[in-house]
Design a protein around this ligand. Structure first.
Ligand code: PLP
Length: 390
């Protein structure tokens, strides 16, 4: 099998930063204590955990006790939606949830799960650039709306949503507001006060931290029924021995990302511009999906007429390039992307789409090579398709 020389799938996951790995290592070896134990080894693990919680709280501009560590973004999203829904059901509160048609499946499938229990869900559609308008959210509000969940940045097209404006609408109506900030972590500002959110999901492996660890920020007084029963960990909010090394890794990863953010974001924007302009100029029948500027610095989502994204992915892979197609990212699934469909793309356009997500390891030389490989592959595939059609 060809090895990956050029990794262009940073929206799927990122490698662990060596400094993150180093920060985690002691907690996987010598400092193995259970943070709930009262003897020295336990206190040592607890100290590391508390320090990490404090640093993360600083980044989010919240209190340490408002952070609940989870097993990642999926659990955080599940907890946010189901926790608030069940609390409302128990207390005779509202029955209606507003979310969007372009959320990650962790949110969409949680909402669908709740529909089975007779909760009502409204999915707000984006405009053709993938932006969710605050007025569209406002128009969906009912007397019994108890939760609004809108992602900060989209995982497929990178569209950055006006979270602070939507937060203001939610607050005006006294509705709990959650944002899935998994793709925004490390790149965008996570200040929960500026964003006006009551809950925010984060996942470490999207910003050079380890997999299997994340958090849900939950503002004090948020009406939520905690979902995981067991021990008293996380202030009785999420039972189970904490992933100490993972949590320390997540806090180190965010610290590094924030220190590098300004320069790295600009570098990625320059690379993104080079990549998308190169593809749009060199290859005919090409369109950029999502808003041209209001998108993550590392995201290029592009459709090519007359070719299958899956075939392109195989061609890229044979050239040592890893990317993602417009199909669902679940292994073995080739479901067409619900996000691209929501933008109004036809089935054929969705099938001919690629997501190229840049990161720390990429440079201009790699970008130029990707443009050349795609140009060559697309010309060849289109020629083959035309020959078969003759
Ligand atoms: C927007 C978004 N939300 C949630 C998730 C799920 O996060 P995790 O992989 O940590 O479960 C992802 C991961 O791709 C994502 O992109």
């Amino acid at each position: 099998m060809a090895s990956t020389d050029i990794y262009l799938d940073h929206a799927a996951t990122t490698p662990v930063d060596p400094d993150v790995f180093e920060a985690m290592a002691p907690y996987l070896s010598d400092r193995y204590g259970n943070p709930s134990s009262i003897y020295a080894a336990g206190r040592e693990a607890r100290a590391g955990l508390d320090r990490a919680r404090g640093l993360l709280a600083n980044s989010l501009n919240c209190q340490a006790r408002e952070i609940v560590f989870t097993s990642g973004g999926t659990e955080a999203d599940n907890l946010a939606l189901k926790g608030v829904a069940w609390h409302n059901r128990l207390r005779g509160g509202g029955n209606h949830i507003i979310t969007t048609s372009i959320e990650h499946h962790a949110v969409l499938h949680s909402a669908e799960f709740l529909q089975q229990f007779d909760f009502d869900v409204t999915c707000v559609d984006p405009d053709e650039d993938g932006i969710i308008h605050p007025e569209a959210v406002r128009a969906a509000i009912r007397d019994d709306t108890m939760l609004i969940s809108v992602m900060y940045a989209n995982n497929e097209i990178g569209a950055i949503q006006p979270i602070a404006e939507i937060g203001a609408v939610a607050r005006e109506h006294d509705i709990t507001f959650h944002t899935d900030a998994v793709q925004a972590g490390g790149t965008l500002d996570l200040d929960v006060e500026a964003l006006g959110v009551d809950m925010l999901s984060l996942s470490a492996h999207k910003f050079y931290g380890p997999k299997g660890v994340g958090l849900l920020y939950v503002r004090r007084q948020t009406p939520i029924l905690w979902q995981q029963s067991g021990g008293a960990q996380e202030n009785n909010h999420r039972a189970g021995t904490e992933n100490v090394a993972g949590i320390i890794g997540m806090s180190k990863a965010l610290e590094i990302a924030e220190a590098e953010r300004e320069t790295e974001n600009q570098r990625l924007i320059d690379l993104r511009t080079r990549l998308s302009n190169g593809l749009l100029e060199r290859i005919s029948g090409t369109r950029l999906n999502g808003h041209p500027e209001r998108r993550l610095p590392n995201n290029v989502n592009i459709s090519f007429d007359g070719v299958e994204g899956e075939t392109l992915l195989l061609n890229l892979d044979m050239n040592g390039i890893a990317a993602s197609s417009g199909s669902a990212c679940t292994t073995g699934s080739t479901e067409p992307s619900h996000v691209l469909r929501a933008l109004g793309l036809s089935q054929t356009q969705v099938n001919g789409s690629l997501r190229l997500s840049l990161g720390k390891s990429n440079d201009e030389e790699q970008v130029d090579r990707v443009i050349a490989v795609l140009d060559e592959s697309i010309v060849r595939l289109r020629r083959m398709a035309a020959a078969t059609a003759d």
